[in-house]
Design a protein around this ligand. Sequence first.
Ligand SMILES: [Zn+2]
Length: 241
Amino acid sequence: MYNTVKRKSFFSTSFIVSSKAKRGVGMKRFFLKLAVVLVFVLFFTSIAFAASSKAVLSSRSEKDFRSKQLRRMSVILSNLSELGFMNFDMRSVTKDVIPIELIQFGIWHNYFNNPKRYVSKCKIKNCKWGSYRIRGKYVTRSIKKYFGVNYSRLASASKSVPPYHFDGKFYHFNNVHREAVYFTRVNRAYKSRTGRIIALGEVYNADNRYRLGSFESVLKPQRFGGKRTWAVISMKTEYYK
Ligand SMILES: [Zn+2]
């Protein structure tokens, strides 16, 4: 009796043990499978999440690019177009020893936007170079700000129409009657592989908002006055017929 019970119990326990062991193996397999499945699920969801968050990030940065940076580009290019600079290329402009177009821009930009602060009446009586003058350093600064070029060895632009005379400190010039003012609006901009920015948009007449044409401009990132901005490399406008 005792033996059988013991044996029974022995068998039963051994049975229990073995079934427990078997069940244990089954459980182990189950958990292993579950773990594998979980790892896969986690792996793919993380990939999907990363991809989606990346998509969200890129679309967000594109949105920012549209709202803020495109507006800033528009302001930069409007400073050119308001002076009639709608077709120019820095490669050809800076080919000459005296960059006439840059000097013109440097003088007229200040005359147009901040005459009280930077432009003064010429002190020379009946000055043959003009009744206005501007300090050369302001011309240099505007050229750097908009074109990223350090033009510090200033010179007269006598070939310019009208001419601009540099006396070693000031540029002398005459006022020129100005008519329509044009402004630009950048609609789209993207970064090229070389790090240049291609900006696309339209030129408008400020008076009646008439669209004059579409343009393509190349810009490059630069720092000016401790701020990140863009220097204009070229602007090419095709006028609408
Ligand atoms: Zn003068």
